[in-house]
Design a protein around this ligand. Sequence first.
Ligand SMILES: NC(=O)c1ccc[n+]([C@@H]2O[C@H](COP(=O)([O-])OP(=O)(O)OC[C@H]3O[C@@H](n4cnc5c(N)ncnc54)[C@H](O)[C@@H]3O)[C@@H](O)[C@H]2O)c1
Length: 412
Amino acid sequence: MNTLLHIGFVGCGSFVQHFIPLFKAHPYVGSVAVTDLIPERRIETAKKHGVTDIYDSFEDMLKSTKLNCIAIFTQRHLHGPLAIAALKAGKHVYSAVPMATSVEEIGQIVELVKQTGLTYSMGETGHYRPCSIFCRTKLQSGEMGEFVYGESQYNHDMRHFYASYQRSGGPDWKRAAAGIPPMFYPTHSTGMMLSSTGSYARKVAAFGYRDHHEDGIFGEGKNDWDNPFTNTSAMLYLANGGIARISENRRIGWYGPQSYITNFCGTAGSYECSIAQHSYVRLSGMDAVYEDVSGLLNPFEMQKHVSEEGFSNAVVNNKWSSTFAPIQNTKRLPEAFIGMPDGHGGTHKYMCDDFCKAAYTGKLSPTNAWVAARYNLPGLVAHQSALKDGESLDVPDFGDPPAGMDVIDSDK
Ligand SMILES: NC(=O)c1ccc[n+]([C@@H]2O[C@H](COP(=O)([O-])OP(=O)(O)OC[C@H]3O[C@@H](n4cnc5c(N)ncnc54)[C@H](O)[C@@H]3O)[C@@H](O)[C@H]2O)c1
């Protein structure tokens, strides 16, 4: 603890390019290194970010006595085994979402973190989004009463994914990358909902949209997962008695916003969102009191343009969607981050900072292994439920972090 972090980035694709500069600038980071299966990618990435430590392989990184952390940025279905190997080698782990694509792998990661005391943090943007902060803090304050019902979704149409899947999967990109079940990547919708409710899923019942698009990516025998679905919606029965609808949609006539809570209802107050309009309604006796909270939840940059012609059209094209909103506490971030580029609703800097703080201090990140498991598991079970025509299934649970472990409060 209180040892500077020396981080090995595994995977030099597109997403990691946003994170190497942030981790490099973090005051708790001593050095960074990179590797990729494709030599040109690791060399180009190192050159772009002024990194001099280039490893030939992930396995070489595990053998390194200098590196004490591994940051996983490989394709989404490859994270579990890499995280397990890194923890076994005694490294702290930062992982891009998802945590893993099987219940067994998730259980193993939780168990290894418990045994070793190492840090595991999953970089889930949904936890840090303005809508999640709003719903979480209002519910925690007691103002909304008890949570009863919510809806969240991640809408990202395949047509915006083709190029990145081609880069990720090579010539066999449809089979090996694009056809992954949407609920194997559930954490944008679950992360917003579960972090806001402070609860987790006990049961799930889901339906999937059987895709028949001419791109031929989905269907039995057409991809490595035999996955027929582009879209899956699930009803979650939560441990606190509330109910949540989550949707992961990959074939949908929609562009932005992509990851958002549309509806979050308590017994005493409710939040609702449509495009860039954020509404909060509280009960006062038999009457309802309306509050427009758009100025608090929309990014600063977006709000500047709110009365301009074409505002809504720009918002549905994802304009101004990557930066901070007033509700996000930027004062808790390292000074070194000021002026650096961000992304996904101003969330990148928080994901980086919380991992570094956790690994440096020994506290738990807000998206620690136990929380990450609860964000991922409902999706894996939802896919099984959808394959069984909506059968209600129990969601396994690996419990809370051990009592007495201090969790970093991401909102302070
Ligand atoms: N909003 C978000 O949270 C968000 C957004 C984008 C991407 N992501 C996640 O980030 C991850 C990376 O996405 P991307 O678009 O950069 O993918 P990518 O396909 O562009 O890059 C992945 C890279 O990992 C390399 N790789 C695979 N296995 C390896 C191994 N064993 N050793 C070394 N290198 C290996 C590949 O060669 C490839 O260059 C994905 O898991 C994705 O889900 C998250």
